[in-house]
Each structure stands twice: as C-alpha cells, then as structure tokens.
Design a protein around this ligand. Sequence first.
Ligand SMILES: Nc1ncnc2c1ncn2[C@@H]1O[C@H](COP(=O)(O)OP(=O)(O)O)[C@@H](O)[C@H]1O
Ligand SMILES: [Mg+2]
Length: 659
Amino acid sequence: MIDKSMKITLQGIDLKNFKGIRKFSATFDGLNAVISGPNGAGKSVIADALNWLLFNKNQAGESSFGVKPIGPDGEEVHYMEHSVNAALSIDPGAPAGGPETGHTVTLCKVMKEKWTKKRGSQTPEFGGHETTYYIDKVPKKESEYKDYIAGLVREDVFRLITSITHFNAMKWQDRRKLLLEVAGTISDYEIIVSDDRFSEIPGWCANRSFDDTLKMFRSQRPKINDELYKLPARITEAEDAKPAELACMPPSGVPAYAELTAKLTYLQNSRAAMMAGDTSSIRERIAAKRQEIADITNEHRIKCHEAEDTIRSIQNKAGELQIKLAQLKADQDLLARELMVLHQRRRALLADWRLNRQILKATSQDCPTCGQPLSDDNAQAAEMKKARLETAAANVSRIEEVGKAKAARVKEIEVSLPKIEKEIARISAEITGITDGADAVPMPEPPDMGELNDEIAKLERELKSPGAVPTEVSCIDDKISMVQAGIRAHDEAAANRKLSSQQDERVTELKDRKKSLGIELDALDSRIATMEDFIRARVSRVTEEVSTKFAPLSFKLFDMQINGGIAETCETLVPSPEGVMVPWGDCNTGHRILAGIRIVQVFSEHYGVHAPVFVDNAEALTMPIADIGSQVIRLVARDEAINHGVRLHVELQTAEVAF
Ligand SMILES: Nc1ncnc2c1ncn2[C@@H]1O[C@H](COP(=O)(O)OP(=O)(O)O)[C@@H](O)[C@H]1O
Ligand SMILES: [Mg+2]
C-alpha cells in the first residue's frame, strides 16, 4: 500500500555539548530503533535534541530549558559550542504509482556564548548567546530556518505526531477540540432524522443557534418558575384586597341615591335662593308655625267640647233620676198617708162593728133598756126590735166587708212601701255615682304655645332684619351635609363594589396567568428535555464517531451530571486486558505507551504527516509496538557497556513488523 502522507524519518543525529551529552552520534537510516542505556545515560536528551533543533524546545515543549552542560561545580560550562545536527529524510508522499519524490535534508543548529571585550578592557564580557542555523550545511537566517521548518510541519502537529504523551498532557479543552476535529462535523440533520421528536427543534431555533435557543429556554424557566411560585401569594393578596361584602352594600336606612341627589339639588337651589335674599322660606315657615298653632288650638277646642258633652249627658241622666226619685218619694208619702187614714178608718169601723154587734146581741135577748127579755105581746116593740136587729146585722156585714177591703189595701201598701223605699235608695245611690263621675271627667289642659310663638317671633325678627338668612342657611347647610353624607356613603359602597369587581377580575387574571404559565412551563420543560435528548444523541453520536476513529481507545467527551445537565469533558479511556476502559490517569506505563502510540498514529494519519516518534521508558512495555507508519525510536533503560565514553547503545530494527 502506498502511503500518500508525508513521512519524515531520522537518518542520523549528532549532538555536541548538549545538556548532559558531550558527544553523541547515531545513524538510523529512517529505521525503527532502540536506544538503550542506563538511567541518566542521555536517552531522553536525544529526543530533546531533535525538538530543540526543530522548534527550540525540549520534548516537553519547554523553551527555557538548560541546553548547556553543567560542570561538576554545578555551574554551566562556558565557551563551548552546543550543537545538534540531524539528517532527515522527507518523503512528501507520492500519488499512487507515482515516482518517489523523497529527499534528505540536514539541519544543524549551533549555539554559543558571545563574549566581547569592551574598548580599554582586558576581560571579555558575556553578551548573550548566538545561534547559527544551517540547512544542508548552508547557513541560514533564523527566520529562513524557521520558515523552512514551518513549511515542513506545524509545530503543534509535530508535537502531536512525535510525542506519545503530549496529547494527554494537553488541557482537556484543547484535547476535546482536536478529537472533534478528527471526528469531523456531525451534522445536526443526521441527528434530527434519527428521532421524530427532534423534528420540531429547527422550528424552535428559527434563526438562532441551537445552543442559544437552549440557553434562552433555560433562562426562561426560572423566570416562569419564579412567577409561578409568587402567583398564589399574589392571588391571596388580590383576594384579601377585596372590601368586605357589607361595605359594598347600599347603606341601610339611607334613602336611595336618586332621591338624595334630587334632594341635594333642591337644597342647594334653596340655599342659593336664600343667599340671594329670598325670604319666602321664612315666610313659609312662619305660616307653617301659625298653622301649627291653629291646628293645636282647634284640637284643644274639640277635646273640650267632647268633655263638656260627656258631663252634660251625665247631668241629664242625673236629672232624670232626680225626677224619678221625687216621684217615688211622692208615692211613698201618699201611701204612708193613705195607710194612716186606713188605720184610722179601720179603728172607726171596728168601733162601729162592735156597737152593731152589741145591738144585735142585746136586741135578740133582753130589753136593751131594762135588760128584761122582751115579750112578743108588744107588737110595736117587737117590730121595733126586728128593725133594729136587721139594721145592726146589715151594718155588721157592711162593716166587715169594708173592713176586709181596708185590710187588703193596708196589706198592699205595706208591701209597696218597702219596695219604693228600696228604689229610692238605689236611685239616690245612682245619682251620687253619676254626679261623682261628672266631677271626674277631665277637662283638657290649654296647650302651651309659648315655644311656637317664640319661634314665630324669632322668624319675624329675622324677616324684618337684613341679616335674617344665615340661620336658615346654616339650617339648610346641616341638611345638605346630611344628604351629602348619605351620597358619600352610597359613593363609598359603589367604590367598594367597583374595587371588589376589579379585584375579582385581577384574581381571575392571575389564575388564568397561573394556568397559562403552567402550560408554558410544561411546554418549555418538554422542549428543554427534547433538546437535551438531542444533545445526548449528538453526544453519543460524536463519542461513537471519535471512539471509532481512535479504536480500541475511546473517549469520554461529556459528563452526565446529577441534575441532568451535560458538561463537556475529555478523558482518554484505555482498554485494559480485562476489557475494562480505564482512564488514562489510572493506566500503567505500558498501556499508556500503547495508547499514546495509537493517538500518534491517528493524528499522523489525520494530518497526513508521519514523523519520528520517541517512545521514552519503553522498557516498561512488554508488548510489541505495531507498525503505525512512523519511525519509532524506543528509549529503553538498560545497563549497557560504555562504548568510547558513550553509554548509549543504538540498535536498528530492520524488520517492518511490530517490534
Ligand atoms: N544541562 C545539563 N548538564 C549536564 N548534565 C545534564 C544536564 N541536563 C541533564 N543532565 C544530565 O544528563 C543525563 C541524561 O539525562 P537523560 O537523558 O534524562 O537520561 P536517560 O537516559 O535516563 O533518559 C542525566 O544524568 C541528567 O542529570
Ligand atoms: Mg529518560
């Protein structure tokens, strides 16, 4: 297989007074080689020498390192020439089947101290260092020399493709950049089509970058969250700001608003009229007060009439009873007199009766004159006797009859009299009762018109005096203030109702906001999650791509954080014999060497340049190194015999296979 990349190999190298090496010369002929020697023999110095020759730095990339040998006294040895001379074969890489275009170039760099004697002085003074450059033995200016090397290979590339430790000694950010460069651009499109959910991402990004869009979404989140967090308190606040229900009600006992405003207008007009000198109101009031007096007087008169009527009717009744009483007394008197007459008459009758009875008794048996029984021979006498008897008998019967009649009448009167007496007593009592009642009928007190008359007098005075209005005005002002207070109460209730409905609106608004923010936050979270998934997909895709390029090595390019975020990182992972991917830092020297060689190989292929690779501490490696297309010079710590004062042993590896 023809390698089209440029290949630089070391043909040979000479060192003079370079660091700890006084003199060293080796020929490699572009082959792999092993430089062995005990510790401190100067193996690493050779690698430093090549780097110094090309880039004025040691293998570790340091420019300020001591090139000059240090003497036994610990001081730099002066007045020496320090030089490195190397023959490099440069094969720029021929197209397939094309001619070999390689050539060899010798590069030489000589550094020496500058010592100058000042005029008049015997002792030379140190004036810095002087470096001379040669390309193919032709002296060159520093700039020409540097340009030539820069034309061969970039310093950073050279270091990547010649040092097996350089890559892992770099800052992780620089390492990561390089790896992604090697992996090549992985298009977002490739990842978008890998999952339906990602298809919306371009729309979200619009004309922003993916990172900016995600940054924007993430920055929106705390704002929404913060607002959402504060909303319940704001809702409560708005609810609390609502006035009490009672304060929104029209005030009880206060007339309706329209009534009050109409009254206010009327009062204000009245007041204005008063202020303008209109006294009609005073006159009206005087008239009203007089009317009041007339009404009260009239009422009193009616009440008096009523009382008088009552008394009169009582007196009438008493009069009627008096007449009745007089009648009864007359009757009583009459009966008493009749009774007395009857008693006299009865006494007279009794006497008459007794007389006639005696006549009867005497006439029938004896001569009433002599008391001798009467003889019938005296006819005349007999006749007389008979007549006498008959008269006496008639008298007795008549007297008895009259007596009986009189006795009946006496009895009748004796029954009537107590009755009349009783009636007289009853009526007398009744008359007394009625008379007392009449005395008890109250006569209405005459009304006191003093106050009203005073008011009238006062109003009349006001009417007569020019300053009569103020009292009226202050009176009307009081009414106006009362009406205004009523209107204010209405206004306050209305304002409270308005505030209440405004607060209700605010609460609804805030609740709506809460709802919409919740939806917004969900949508935002979903977008962030999708975009993070996209990043993860890209991460694994990139990791996969990089790891494929560097297999069997792999790289950790992202750190999944506990909070779900993804942080960039760069860690080389080296497969252990057990198949575990071990981080570079935890690897043993041998595996680090193998990993370093693989990295050098990938970068060499990537940049299309192969250059000599110095594998320091190669004694730590028990495995062979595969052919990576570059010349590999292993530096092995091993005791070697001193050969002409040089303790380094160079062994060339002619075999093309791994060594
Ligand atoms: N400027 C210097 N002058 C003299 N000796 C030096 C100087 N720098 C390094 N050394 C010594 O040179 C020797 C070669 O070192 P090095 O190449 O690292 O040895 P190794 O063969 O183990 O890789 C060491 O003993 C070191 O101490
Ligand atoms: Mg060493």
